[in-house]
Design a protein around this ligand. Structure first.
Ligand SMILES: [Zn+2]
Ligand SMILES: [Zn+2]
Length: 428
């Protein structure tokens, strides 16, 4: 029985993840993302035409959940299959962005209404639980994707076909989160993310080494009386760095200086305490919701207190108007301060320009390649373990998908590797 795959988002960029799969007559949608900066959405008109019997959400990043309320207009009466943590985080994230856009665009320009968000119906499933989807004996099972609190991979089975869609994936243990778990039997089709497909330099990078370098630099700056600004994404990176700070303090590697955290990052951190089980945490377990942070408000960012302190501030890309941007303006002239970049930066953002040295800075500028995405070698390992006959590469630009396709071609010469365009339909 063949599988039909349709990319409703643009599989060749990150931002509008939305996959439509038909197996054994059952139509399943995985994710409905909205580009965090451009506001682009998946092809919802096409979704209306194709229809769907079920929808699953892998995790709560906007590029996967941002268009969910709009997608549900095409899927009336359906429940969204997700882990309990993803259901809670996605609701929080969507509410936050609706509020932010209401301020920027006014009610008339909003992508969806608060009522639509409230009306979302969730089918909550823990990792390992199997749920029937549709009416034709097709099942879905969620696996820990190791990418974000609650993040799940989806295994679909029906009509003798096994399809594994890992979503965004991280294979190794990190400070706050265990690496992904995978099905223990081969699959027929793998729908694989490609984020780091062109970045083979990362193949030699281990999370614990990056963590050690970051904590060493933070400790050195604080011991020198300096202030440390780490621009972070509210969801995931902020909590990961908090866990590192907690561990490093316990080991005496980082002095006990104030840590400032605010906005959505603080709310997510508080909420994370309720979902510790979903993290399958690494030892020693760190409950970051108990980390004693101080509130990072606009007033604090405008007048950062002197003396050693760590500021975990959004936005991760230091966009204009953000707390990270305000703080950076203060700390750039401070030779005792350190500005550490701990995440991805789009080339046209202020964070990218700062890191590239395009601004004069007296503070130390450092970069630490933390990533929540599997390295290219890890993605090849996933494919080697699952032995799919067809691999569909998504969630990566052309260079990333080409790089990963080349590596997969060497490791699994008999597998067919596909790189669908935004409107392509594949039957495999
Ligand atoms: Zn993600
Ligand atoms: Zn993503």
């Amino acid at each position: 029985m063949p599988l039909t795959y349709t990319s409703l988002g643009d599989a060749g960029v990150m931002g509008t993840s939305c996959h439509h799969l038909t197996l054994n007559g059952t139509r399943v949608v995985i994710d409905a993302g909205r580009h965090p900066r451009t506001g682009d959405t998946p092809d919802l008109a096409r979704l209306r035409t194709l229809g769907a019997d079920a929808i699953a959400l892998t995790h709560a990043h906007l590029d996967h959940c941002g268009a969910l309320p709009m997608a549900m207009r095409c899927l009336p009466g359906r429940r969204v299959l997700a882990t309990p943590a993803t259901a809670a985080l996605a609701t929080l994230v969507l509410k936050h962005h609706l509020k932010r856009e209401a301020g920027a665009a006014g009610a008339a320009g909003l992508p969806f209404h608060a009522d639509e968000l409230k009306a979302l119906q969730w089918e909550r499933a823990a990792f390992g639980q199997t749920r029937a989807v549709g009416r034709d004996g097709v099942t879905a099972r969620l696996f820990d994707a190791g990418h974000l609190l609650g993040s799940a991979s989806v295994l679909l089975e029906g009509g003798g076909v096994r399809v594994f869609a890992p979503g965004d994936l991280h294979l190794m243990d990190r400070a706050w989160q265990r690496g992904a778990t995978l099905p223990d039997a081969p699959v027929d089709v793998l729908v694989c993310e490609s984020t780091q497909g062109a970045n083979d330099a990362l193949d030699d990078v281990l999370p614990e080494r990056v963590e050690a370098a970051l904590m060493q630099a933070v400790g050195d700056a604080l011991r020198g009386g300096g202030r440390v600004l780490l621009p972070v994404f509210a969801l995931g990176r902020a909590q990961e760095v908090l866990a590192m700070l907690a561990r490093a303090r316990d080991r005496g590697e980082v002095p006990d200086a104030p840590v400032y955290l605010g906005g959505l990052a603080a709310t997510v951190t508080r909420l994370s305490g309720e979902f510790m089980d979903a993290l399958a945490l690494v030892e020693p377990v760190v409950d970051v919701s108990r980390f004693g942070t101080r509130p990072l408000t606009p007033a604090v960012a405008r007048r950062p207190p002197p003396g050693p302190a760590v500021f975990l501030a959004g936005s991760g890309m230091v966009v204009e108007g953000s707390l990270a941007h305000t703080l950076a303006e203060h700390l750039l002239d401070d030779p005792a301060a350190m500005l550490g970049f701990v995440g991805y930066l789009d080339p046209d953002t202020p964070g990218f320009a700062l890191r590239a040295g395009q601004r004069e800075a007296r503070c130390a500028l450092r970069q630490f390649p933390l990533t929540a995405h599997a390295r290219r070698c890890d993605l090849v390992e996933v494919a080697a373990r699952l032995q799919p006959r067809d691999i569909i590469l998504v969630h990566g630009d052309e260079a990333a998908r080409a790089g990963l396709a080349a590596a997969l071609g060497q490791a699994l010469p008999t597998a067919r590797v596909h790189r669908p365009g935004p409107r392509d339909v594949l039957t495999v």
